[in-house]
Write a protein that binds this ligand. Structure first.
Ligand code: CU
Length: 58
C-alpha cells in the first residue's frame, strides 16, 4: 500500500528516508519548518521533468 505524505514530524537529531514517485512535473521546494534552519540555507528545490526524471535545482 502506497501512502502519500507531504509532511513528516521529526524529533531533533533524527531523519526520515522517503521514496518519491515523480508524477507531478514542476519545481518543488524541500524544507523544514524551523525558521533558523531555513535562514541557514537548509532547504533545496528539485525539478520533476515531464519525462519523470528528477534533478536537484539548487
Ligand atoms: Cu530543519
Amino acid at each position: 500500500m502506497i501512502t502519500h505524505r507531504y509532511v513528516y514530524d521529526l524529533f531533533p537529531g533524527t531523519f526520515q528516508t522517503v521514496e518519491l514517485v515523480a508524477e507531478n512535473p514542476g519545481t518543488w521546494l524541500l524544507h523544514c519548518h524551523v525558521a533558523d534552519h531555513i535562514h541557514a540555507g537548509m532547504e533545496t528545490t528539485y525539478t520533476i521533468n515531464k519525462s519523470g526524471a528528477v534533478s536537484e535545482t539548487s
